[in-house]
Design a protein around this ligand. Sequence first.
Ligand SMILES: Cc1cc2nc3c(=O)[nH]c(=O)nc-3n(C[C@H](O)[C@H](O)[C@H](O)COP(=O)(O)OP(=O)(O)OC[C@H]3O[C@@H](n4cnc5c(N)ncnc54)[C@H](O)[C@@H]3O)c2cc1C
Length: 157
Amino acid sequence: MGAALCGRGLSCRSARQGGQCASAGTGHRARAHTIGRRQLQLRAQPFILIAGQLSGVEGYTESIASGLLAGRYAASLARGIAPTPAPRGSANGSLIHYITHAESKRFQPANITFDLLLPLEEELRRKIRDKKERHRIQCERAITAWNDWLQAGQATH
Ligand SMILES: Cc1cc2nc3c(=O)[nH]c(=O)nc-3n(C[C@H](O)[C@H](O)[C@H](O)COP(=O)(O)OP(=O)(O)OC[C@H]3O[C@@H](n4cnc5c(N)ncnc54)[C@H](O)[C@@H]3O)c2cc1C
């Protein structure tokens, strides 16, 4: 997966026709604080979107997932539409929330974990003693948030 996506197109090839495309080598992670928005846009160059390990996520799945988001945001920007960020309640949104909010001095690249997902309400946590069941509910909520976001995107675009 390409490390960076241009906001004017989905790929380097389309970017060459209408915009610019940036890339970087393995291990050269952008500091998370340079990504100013939940839409993975660089603070200084909002038409440059960052995904994959360059953005601060770790792992194959996380890199692919963040690339999917950056691609969708780039497609919106290319059509002059402000992208709606993935919801905090979804797994992908939780990961992006982490990389855009973590303290830069102590920043560590992140895999998706249950700790990054929205926690259950205190009352529910106390009521449900089974950890697997708590995780199941967190996943169910995350999937619902993701599907709602996808459907809303399809309705508006
Ligand atoms: C030894 C090792 C083992 C790992 N094992 C696992 C594992 O078991 N499971 C797991 O989930 N993750 C693992 N990871 C982490 C995983 O590899 C990365 O998180 C993931 O590959 C990052 O994907 P990416 O697309 O962001 O970057 P990359 O996979 O690094 O892709 C970036 C691509 O951009 C290309 N590129 C760079 N500069 C340019 C340029 N100027 N022009 C054009 N192309 C360019 C590079 O050649 C590369 O193909 C491992 C990492 C390492 C180093």
